[in-house]
Ligand binder design. Structure first.
Ligand SMILES: [Zn+2]
Length: 172
């Protein structure tokens, strides 16, 4: 379990009254609003990422913004509210690469440890095959390329570095 602290709400986000009540559930103390009955269940975001291999190469994008501006990563994005991670994968890959996912298999779920925008978010990593097509990325990135697995460019996110090591060792 990661040692991360959820945002500490002081006021109820729905009725604006002070959150001064605590209720105990499953031996955890949870803030709740005695006016509108809202209970605060802290949760993390979810992301989906694709490992798309072609021979000795893998598809990566180069980040255009901080954190880790200019470094490379596997195409990925956050899951929208109510969206299934696999649907987010299809949407994000279309947006970031211009390719359509044909098949995808869930490899592993990781917890991000270095994203201050969304601490501890889950990332569903899929190994995917895609349709043929011309590579084109969106404004989130400044580059897209099939990179050499043995000799990749600089990667930023820790989890993406880890995935590249697994690919290099042929473990995924
Ligand atoms: Zn309230």
């Amino acid at each position: 379990m990661l040692k991360i602290k959820p945002p500490n709400y002081i006021f109820c986000p729905f009725c604006n009254k002070k959150l001064s009540n605590i209720k105990e559930e499953d031996s955890r103390k949870r803030k709740f609003c005695r006016f509108c009955q809202w209970t605060y269940y802290p949760h993390v975001a979810v992301g989906a990422a694709a490992i798309i291999v072609k021979g000795k190469k893998v598809l990566m994008v180069q980040r255009a913004t901080e954190p880790y501006e200019d470094t490379w990563m596997f195409p990925a994005g956050f899951v929208e509210y109510g969206e299934h991670p696999f649907d987010a994968l299809k949407r994000e890959i279309k947006e970031e690469t211009n390719l359509s996912i044909k098949k995808a298999r869930l490899i592993e779920i990781f917890q991000s440890q270095d994203d201050i925008r969304s601490p501890g978010h889950f990332i569903f990593f899929y190994k995917a095959t895609v349709s043929k097509g011309k590579l084109k990325t969106d404004k989130e990135n400044k580059g897209i390329a099939w990179v050499d697995i043995k000799n990749p460019p600089k990667i930023g996110w820790k989890i993406h570095k880890h995935i590249m090591r697994l690919l290099q060792q042929k473990l995924i």
